[in-house]
Design a protein. Structure first.
Length: 131
C-alpha cells in the first residue's frame, strides 16, 4: 500500500452493526481512517461536509433507502468516491443499476477479509487517478 493511501478516508455503511464494526476495524487495523454508519441518512449527512475516497456500502440497509439509493444521492451531491457494494442480493436489476451508477465493484457476501482489503486498495488507486 502506498503511504498516501493510508491518509484517505473510507466510509462504511451497513445496518448490521456487528458487520459494520468488523469491516471498519479491519480497515482501520491496516491504517485507513474509517468512518462507519448504520443508517443512510447519517452517511449522507456526513458526506455533505466531508470527502471520502472509497465507500464500502451494503445494499440492503433495512430502511426505505438501499445502498444504491445512497450512491445516487452522493453522486448528485458531487461525490466521485469509488464505491464497493457488498451484498447477498444477486438480482440482475440490482447489478445493472450498480453498473449504471458506475459502482467500482459489486461483491457478493460473504466477503473474505483479504479480498475486501485488496478491493479497497484497488478502489483507492482508481479514486486517486480519477481525482
Amino acid at each position: 500500500m502506498s503511504g498516501d493511501a493510508r491518509n484517505v478516508d473510507v466510509m462504511v455503511l451497513d445496518d448490521d452493526v456487528d458487520l459494520l464494526t468488523s469491516v471498519a476495524e479491519l480497515l482501520a487495523d491496516v491504517g485507513y481512517r474509517v468512518k462507519g454508519f448504520a443508517d443512510p441518512e447519517s452517511a449522507v449527512e456526513f458526506a455533505v461536509d466531508q470527502k471520502f475516497a472509497v465507500g464500502v456500502f451494503d445494499f440492503r440497509l433495512g430502511s426505505v433507502k438501499n445502498g444504491l439509493d445512497v450512491v445516487e444521492t452522493l453522486q448528485a451531491m458531487g461525490s466521485n468516491a469509488a464505491i464497493v457494494m457488498v451484498t447477498a442480493d444477486v438480482e440482475r436489476s440490482t447489478q445493472l443499476r450498480a453498473l449504471g451508477l458506475k459502482v467500482f465493484e459489486f461483491m457478493r457476501k460473504p466477503v473474505q477479509p483479504q479480498e475486501l482489503l485488496n478491493t479497497v486498495e484497488r478502489a483507492l488507486e482508481y479514486s486517486a487517478r480519477a481525482a
